[in-house]
Design a protein around this ligand. Structure first.
Ligand code: C2E
Ligand code: MG
Ligand code: MG
Ligand code: MG
Length: 281
């Protein structure tokens, strides 16, 4: 029976799959080299108070610059890095780079603007994340609360029990935790209630046409009320238009993030933007 199943599996391994497999292996090799050669970059996107537009935090987003001046978006290599374990080394690089960026912010007088770091499920469950954050915070001399963490709902659900423990340890160290892409996973409300969360980020698929699509408006209203009833801050992702911003602010959304309010950009550009935002006097 086993032999027959192997035969079936082999029969299904098409030339297209072989090509795809080779492509993935090559890409993994390139990622590995890029880590060694320090070729990755972090960009930062502002998260702002919905009420007055003032900056509350920055989200660190990974960029892989290419020789032709383009970037390979993280969506094209994060999954591969998770599958191959490369995400551990890459995640460490991201954390240290975010800490260095935080030092630059502090030097420019923006020390209390936290940087949120995205953490994948593999990092979350296979490294001692609370310890890694503590070590970096200590090494870079960062104040408590200056690094935040973003986790997706779906990664938590891989092991809810262990997730709760790790999150508690992170929280004890003053690391705020946001639940990213909220609304796209399937976590139960009774489970979420017990997590030491600080904020929920409404996935941008619901924000996209919130003022015109009654279904998305209903979802956003529900996610806002759910987050607030749990005492959490609610952040909307992917805000691209004044219409979306207006709708969200009118419905009590606490914080907004999106191209309308600032694209992901290198730290040098963030510092320029912040200088223009600082109220005179
Ligand atoms: P995410 O954490 O949900 O990040 C938000 C994504 O939405 C980013 O895409 C950002 O550039 C994009 N975005 C922001 N505002 C807008 C908008 O107004 N419109 C549209 N259409 N998009 C907007 P990006 O940078 O391509 O990252 C994609 C995903 O890759 C992230 O989703 C996150 O899950 C993952 N990622 C990025 N950096 C890292 C990292 O350092 N580590 C890990 N583990 N994952 C990362
Ligand atoms: Mg995120
Ligand atoms: Mg998100
Ligand atoms: Mg996302």
């Amino acid at each position: 029976h086993a032999a027959r199943e192997t035969g079936v599996a082999l029969a299904r391994f098409t030339p297209a799959m072989a090509a795809r497999y080779t492509e993935r292996l090559q890409l993994a090799g390139r990622v590995h080299m890029a880590i060694d050669r320090n070729e990755f970059e972090l960009h930062f996107q502002p998260i702002r108070h919905a009420a007055d537009g003032s900056p509350v935090a920055l989200e660190a987003l990974l960029r892989w610059p290419q020789a032709d001046g383009s970037f390979i978006p993280p969506g094209d290599f994060i999954q591969l890095c998770e599958d191959t374990g490369l995400i551990i080394a890459l995640g460490r690089w991201v954390l240290r780079s975010a800490a260095r960026a935080q030092q630059q912010l502090a030097a420019a007088g923006w020390g209390m603007l936290p940087i949120a770091v995205n953490v994948s499920a593999v990092q979350f469950f296979n490294t001692d994340l609370a310890n890694e954050f503590s070590r970096v915070i200590e090494e870079f001399g960062l104040p408590r609360g200056s690094l935040h963490l973003e986790l997706t709902e779906s990664s938590l659900m891989r092991n809810p029990g262990q997730a709760l423990q790790t999150m508690q340890r992170l929280h004890e160290r003053g690391i705020h935790i946001s639940l990213d892409d909220f609304g796209t996973g399937f976590s139960s409300m009774s489970y979420l209630q017990h997590l030491p969360l600080d904020s929920l980020k409404i996935d941008r698929s619901f924000v996209a046409d919130v003022e015109t699509n009654p279904r998305n408006a209903a979802i956003c209203r529900a996610l806002l009320s759910l987050g607030h009833s749990m005492g959490l801050m609610v952040i909307a992702e992917g805000v691209e238009t004044e219409g979306q911003y207006g709708w969200l602010a009118a419905h009590g959304c606490d914080q907004v993030q999106g191209y309308l309010l600032g694209r992901p950009m290198p730290m040098a550009d963030v510092l320029v933007l912040l200088a223009t935002l600082r109220s005179p006097g």
